[in-house]
Design a protein around this ligand. Structure first.
Ligand code: PLP
Length: 391
């Protein structure tokens, strides 16, 4: 019997067509095909710190190769609790308030699955990290966009309050932000907290770039503000800090009211975060001195400054980031009627891959922008800067 295409069970979900390949993946593939310099993907190609590698290798050799405890190994949960106290001023009970996850992505996914129902609305600032929006769409949640305004990427508290409807459940914050480099100030977070508390909303914060800060910008975790502890889910990870994007390790802090349910969803998705690698990042958290983080900051300021200078020299007007490791630059002078075309033309002309601005905005916006990632080893970054200047 012929299969009727519209009524057949053999079809994609209704949501599937709305989830398209990330522009970052597409540009990485295009860049690798011509052996170009990839400033599109947010991977630090610097080597992971020695204790992190040693910790993981030793764990593999010593038999820690089976599933880990569902919420993460003891030594890592305790190390994360100490880090939360020391760096974020968050008091976290390692037994019941911390969950080790399969990447920051896994933490975000399990959180959204545990807290929200299909049709719920989540407020997201624009420019946004595409995965945040796509993840919400993939879970049948509705992202509601509130714009940030360049060059400081301020938000209008009135616009934020006006975006709230009876279906709103949360505000998603990414500080420091990808792709804008926005670091939310205490005053801004206090305004946001007042709005979240008044409307009784969750605040989910993605703080994966918390150590990448410039020009005296301070990292503030929204969970530390008055009235925010219970309603905030603080998510962070090791991908960027320890240059281990491939290890897929993140974590979160939440109140004991929410953590068990988030942990059940994480268990359903991943069973546990990678066991031996948890030993590696635990060793990193325990053994690396504070100077590791301050040195990294100094190193990234230099990378930022040289990339900003090269873009400016090339007539690609950069917005100077306050944190993270991306630069949004106005590339009006590059040929192309869309930012995707401009990204492909830039790759063709100088062999440097960047991401189309449209990947970070609602349809029709960001078309003059490209995002450049400067988390590169210095020789590759110097060559990328030379090529950009040759444009
Ligand atoms: N959150 C943001 C804002 C990111 O930019 C990225 C990666 O680029 C991630 C999360 C992914 O984090 P992870 O590797 O921990 O899943």
């Amino acid at each position: 019997m012929p299969i009727a295409s519209t009524s057949s069970a053999l079809r994609l979900s209704k949501l599937a067509p709305s989830i398209v390949q990330s522009e970052i993946r597409a540009m990485t593939i295009a860049c690798n095909a011509i052996d170009g310099i990839n400033m599109s993907q947010g991977v630090c190609d610097t080597d992971p710190p020695h204790p992190v590698i040693e910790g993981a290798v030793n764990a593999m050799r010593n038999g820690f190769n089976i599933y880990a405890r569902m919420d993460g190994i003891d030594s890592l949960r305790h190390a994360i609790a100490r880090k939360f106290a020391h760096y974020n001023a968050i008091t976290a009970d390692p037994d019941g308030e911390i969950l080790v996850t399969t990447g920051t992505t896994g933490a975000m996914l399990a959180t959204c699955m545990a807290l929200f129902d299909p049709g719920d609305e989540v407020i997201v600032f624009e420019p946004f990290y595409g995965y945040h929006v796509n993840m919400l769409l993939g879970l049948n949640l509705k992202p509601v966009i509130v714009p940030l305004t360049a060059p400081r990427w301020d938000f209008d508290p009135e616009a934020l309050a006006n975006a709230i409807t009876p279906k709103t459940r949360a505000i998603l914050v990414n500080t420091p932000g990808n792709p804008s480099g926005k670091v939310f100030t205490r005053t801004e977070l206090e305004a946001l907290a007042t709005i979240a508390i008044d409307a009784d909303l969750f605040v989910i914060t993605d703080e994966i770039y918390e150590y990448f800060l410039y020009d005296g910008h301070e990292h503030i975790s929204p969970a530390t503000l008055p009235g925010m502890a219970e309603r905030t889910i603080t998510i962070a990870g090791f991908s960027k800090t320890f240059s281990v994007t491939g290890w897929r390790l993140g974590y979160l802090h939440a109140s004991k009211r929410w953590t068990p349910s988030i942990a059940y969803f994480h268990d359903l998705l991943f069973i546990s975060a990678p066991a031996p690698l948890q030993h590696g990042v635990a060793a990193g958290l325990c053994d690396l001195p504070d100077s590791f983080y301050t040195d990294m900051r100094t190193e990234y300021v230099a990378k930022r400054d040289k990339t900003v200078a090269a873009l400016a020299d090339a007539g690609l007007t950069p917005t100077v980031p306050q944190g993270a490791y991306y630069i949004l630059a106005d590339v009006s002078r590059v040929e192309g009627s869309t930012s995707k075309e401009k990204a492909r033309n830039l790759l063709k002309q100088v062999g440097v891959a960047a991401v189309a601005g449209s990947a970070f905005f609602r349809a029709g916006k960001g078309e003059n922008l490209l995002r450049f990632c400067y988390a590169k080893k210095d020789d590759a970054l110097d060559e990328a800067c030379r090529r950009l200047r040759s444009l």
